[in-house]
Design a protein around this ligand. Structure first.
Ligand code: PRP
Length: 178
């Protein structure tokens, strides 16, 4: 049963589009000249962000996806991350950009980077639309960050609450009313 809640707009669709364009420009400059970039989206939350980001990149790109799921247990800091869907392609010797919707505790990104580093990519960079540094439990920090946000429950632009609201065109903050 979902609790009653309202969603307050935190970051507008227009602000997101402007930031995505700026991030894509920086990323395109960083990887300029490469013909071996693979952009890896972490499912499911990144599906809208990656779709917008790759369309703004001024580079030849391949797109691949990886699905990780994290399980909270009694000691949150030892959260376990499982790979539910691995990449289709090999990344050895490739330039890789991992795309996340949000970095919260950082366990997901930490685990995924560890896994991908072991496959010997040429370069491994990360881009997160949202960063909640106050929640971090690992040392991980994305190379490219869209917006730093406070510790609020957010939805939209790919991010869900109980699998709903991923399709909102903006980032909203969830306020529970009961
Ligand atoms: C969310 C989000 C990130 C991760 C961030 O994914 O999309 O991948 O949690 O949290 P962390 O930094 O604390 O690890 P979730 O497991 O909810 O799956 P989803 O992307 O399919 O919604």
């Amino acid at each position: 049963m979902h609790k009653n809640y309202v969603i307050d707009e935190m970051i507008s669709a227009k602000s997101i589009a402007a930031r995505v364009e700026a991030l894509a420009k920086d990323i395109s400059e960083h990887f300029a000249g490469t013909d071996k970039l693979v952009v890896v989206g972490l499912l499911r939350g990144s599906f809208i962000f990656i779709a917008d980001l790759v369309r703004e990149l001024d580079l030849p790109v391949e797109v691949d996806f990886l699905e990780a799921s994290s399980y909270g247990n009694s000691t949150e800091s030892s959260r376990e991350v499982r790979i539910l869907k691995d990449l289709r392609g090999e990344i050895e010797g490739r330039d890789v950009l991992v795309v996340e919707d949000i970095v919260d505790t950082g366990h997901t990104l930490h685990h995924v980077l560890h896994l991908l580093e072991a496959r010997n990519p040429a370069r491994l960079m990360t881009c997160a639309l949202l960063d909640k540094p106050s929640r971090r439990e690992t040392g991980v920090k994305a190379d490219y960050i869209g917006f730093e946000i406070p510790d609020e429950f957010v939805v939209g632009y790919g991010i869900d609450y109980a699998q709903r609201n991923r399709n909102l065109p903006y980032i909203g903050s969830v306020r529970f009313t009961s």
